[in-house]
Design a protein around this ligand. Structure first.
Ligand code: MOS
Length: 757
């Protein structure tokens, strides 16, 4: 690695795109002026039905209306295969249902018609006049509409099926004697936990602007994956590869909901083709709840078998999530259980129940976040049963290797996280008995839980341009979801080239740039950063090619392995007086710039090692039993996530995760009308989000950790781990405060008051 002589890696640098954001210059998908027409969508009011008629006469008569479309007035698709099961399983298209493709309705809220008009108001008004009739009302008993609450989910379990492997891991797994071992355990914990339907609510809703110029298509889309959206559109509209450009430079939050091409995207593109004008399609807040985005509710059973000394002998984790009738999605909630503790006997089994709903999708730490809630609450219940400090119980069961896969960890600093978090929080040797600490009317309690998220990395490519004026431009078709990716990539280049940050620009969010995977899975920095490093190595090689035979260069005769970048120059590793600047080399060779592209792919390390980031959360709550309110008064967490690229953006990632986890624990629940499968809390007044007053200062720490195996830049990913374990720590603290164990999230005031009564 090059010498660091500019503020670079690890430093808490302000975001390079910060001034764009606060001055309004960072334009999001909906903000591109293309003088568009507007499309508005009509949604079904029933689930699982057949459309018997679409009356669009009134809508068509509205001034400014350019077209009304439904399955009766077909759209100009060329190919059906973009909406096949194969495509949706590959992840390019979100669903196998072709939008407005037939008279079949699979879920309440599904798009059944679209109006395109000159203005947004005209389109909205006309859409309100489209009359759609259905049969299948009320639905047949065996096709009951969505039953989404975990308890109703339980009534449908006879329909459960084991989904295909997710992320190459089967959903049913076993180690040692599996479930049989539990029967003989000295101490048994056997509990059910539920988590509700949860909906992503980034500040920026989805939006798409589509513009055709002949056979070329440009799309501004609020997406986490310009690559997947462009592939999907290439197939759906049978466009020559290279003639689609999808742009998504700034994203106002995503958390997984913008990871797939949802039906509104091809609809906007088809509308633009149909009316021969650019079309803008804005998704309103209420629709953020219906046609995309949610974390499946779960019903989980955790069984822990342990000795009296607190050594785990068996862990059984089973349960159910739900998915759509046609498309399968699963957040694998037993994954963390497979590797979190040292335990010889493991049995894991997650099943899905198909229902008449839109497909669920990934939501920040899909699987881990619901699974760790159940597992880490069960560990707290075991600690109480054994009268062992919950931190001590976790240390006694610390895993030195992955218990299921029997692989060593590539790096692991969980013990240090427990220690640092406990010390900073002031976690006591003796945890006060439940319901023993009061402050006036208020009950006070403390709780803790571990956190973990797997390390991911995918093949990625990057381009690097070194300019003769001393500036550097690099690019990759990846995204900054608001996480700091632009900043961190500039820091990485600053360190590796010795170029000041101010002279570096990193371009992302354009499908015509070098290919990279979509922004998610906590792997942006590892994947793209590795490609950037490869590009820097390629640039060094190319510069030394220029220097070869150049008698005026002090580096003449050296190989690329004998020089390094320092201060925008190449310098001999052995003799630092021998130096030649990038600018001087390019000028001598009459080049305006030097351009290289490079790819980087992960090696076989994932087959040899278990690769995870770890952490621990500690919190204090104050519970007012008369009002049923839980106030989070203190939060401390410590994480070990390999190399930290930017202390400021990294802590903010973790804090954002904690805020989202506090929401999950205390308020988050999307309610469904179970008669019709319709989301009824489809707005931010009914579906609560925390305000600043709900969140205490979050004291976040990182443990220094060196990861040698994941990527050449030593990062592990921080986007998702922050939310894992949060709800468990909070539920454990509420139990410590009140003596009431909540096994069903969220812990809302009504439940607290009822539990006390
Ligand atoms: Mo994510 S749930 O990988 O955006």
């Amino acid at each position: 690695m090059s010498t660091i002589n500019v503020p670079a890696i690890g430093k808490p640098l302000d975001r390079v795109d910060g001034h764009f954001k606060v001055t309004g210059k960072a334009r999001h998908a909906a903000e591109f002026p293309a003088n568009p027409a507007y499309a508005t969508l009509v949604r079904s009011t029933v689930s699982s039905s057949t459309i018997t008629g679409v009356d669009s006469a009134e809508a068509e008569a509205v001034p400014g209306v350019l077209g009304v479309y439904s399955h009766l007035q077909p759209l100009p698709w060329t190919e059906n295969k973009a909406f096949s099961k194969e495509e949706s399983e590959r992840g390019e298209s979100a669903m196998s249902i072709r939008p407005l493709g037939s008279d079949k309705v699979f879920y309440n809220g599904q798009y059944v018609a679209m109006v395109v008009a000159d203005t947004l108001e005209q389109a909205q008004h006309a859409a309100s006049l489209v009359r759609v009739s259905y049969n299948g009302l009320p639905p047949q008993k065996d096709m009951e509409p969505t039953k989404t609450s975990p308890f109703v989910l339980e009534q449908n379990l006879d329909r459960a099926e084991t989904p295909k492997a997710m992320k190459d891991e089967p959903l049913k797994r076993k180690a040692g004697k599996g479930e049989e071992a539990f029967q003989n355990a000295e101490i048994k914990i056997d509990k059910f936990y539920t988590t509700p339907w949860e909906t992503h609510n980034p500040i920026e809703p989805h939006a798409t602007i589509a513009e055709w110029e002949g056979d070329r298509l440009t799309v501004f889309d609020a997406t986490q994956s310009v690559g997947d959206v462009s592939k999907m559109l290439t197939t759906a509209f049978d466009i020559e590869p290279g003639k689609v450009r999808v742009i998504s430079k700034f994203i106002g939050g995503a958390f997984g909901c913008k990871g797939l091409a949802w039906p509104h995207v091809p609809l906007a593109v088809a509308a633009a083709k149909a009316v021969g004008r650019p079309v803008k399609l804005l998704i309103e807040r209420h629709d953020m709840f219906t046609n995309r985005d949610f974390r499946s509710p779960t019903l989980q059973r955790v069984q822990l078998g342990a000795s009296r000394e607190g050594k785990l002998d068996s862990v059984l984790h089973s349960g159910f999530s739900l998915t759509a009738q046609r498309d399968v999605s699963v957040g694998p909630f037993t994954d963390s259980t497979s590797m979190m503790y040292a335990v010889p006997n493991i049995y894991l089994d997650q099943k899905n129940v198909r229902m008449d709903i839109c497909r669920p999708t990934f939501m920040r730490a899909p699987g881990e976040v619901t699974g760790m809630y159940a597992l880490e609450c069960a560990m707290d219940e075991l600690a109480l049963e054994l009268d062992i400090n919950p931190v001590e119980l976790r240390l006694r069961n610390h895993a030195d290797m992955d218990s299921l896969k029997k692989r060593p960890f590539s790096s692991k600093s969980l013990k240090q996280c427990y220690q640092l978090g406990a010390e900073k929080f002031g976690w006591p040797q003796q945890v006060p008995k439940p319901r023993s600490v009061r402050d006036g009317r208020v009950l006070v309690g403390i709780g803790m839980a571990g956190s973990t998220y797997r390390v991911n990395r995918s093949p990625a490519a990057a381009k690097l341009v070194l300019k003769a004026d001393g500036s550097v431009i690099a690019s990759s078709a990846r995204h900054d979801l608001g996480t700091g990716m632009y900043t961190v990539m500039c820091q990485l280049l600053a360190e590796m080239l010795g170029v000041p940050i101010a002279k570096i620009r990193f371009d992302m969010g354009d499908s015509t740039l070098q290919q990279a995977p979509g922004g998610g899975d906590s792997q942006s920095v590892s994947s793209v950063g590795s490609a950037v490093k490869a590009a820097v190595d390629a640039a060094r090689l190319k510069l030394m090619d220029l220097v070869r035979g150049d008698a005026s260069s002090p580096l003449e005769g050296l190989s690329s392995g004998e020089v390094d970048f320092v201060d925008s120059s190449l310098v001999s590793v052995r003799d630092s007086t021998k130096t030649d600047s990038i600018q001087a080399i390019l000028k001598r060779h009459n080049q305006d710039q030097l351009e290289v592209s490079a790819e980087a792919s992960p090696g076989p390390e994932k087959k040899e090692y278990a690769m995870h980031a770890f952490g621990a959360h500690f919190c204090e709550v104050r519970v007012d039993e008369d009002l049923g309110t839980v106030r989070v008064s203190r939060w401390t967490c410590a994480h070990a996530c390999g190399r930290i690229m930017n202390e400021k953006t990294a802590h903010r990632q973790i804090r954002g995760g904690v805020v989202m986890g506090i929401r999950m624990a205390l308020m988050e629940e999307t309610h469904i009308d179970e008669r019709w499968g319709r989301v009824i809390t489809d707005n931010l007044a009914d579906c609560h989000v925390p305000a600043h007053a709900d969140i205490p200062h979050i004291d976040s720490y990182f443990v220094d950790e060196t990861e040698h195996h994941d990527s050449p830049i030593g990062t592990k990913g921080i986007g998702e781990i922050g939310i894992t374990g949060v709800a468990a720590a909070l539920a454990n603290a509420v139990h410590n405060a009140t003596g009431i164990r909540f096994r069903d999230l969220p812990m809302t005031p009504d439940k607290l008051i009822l539990a006390r009564a």
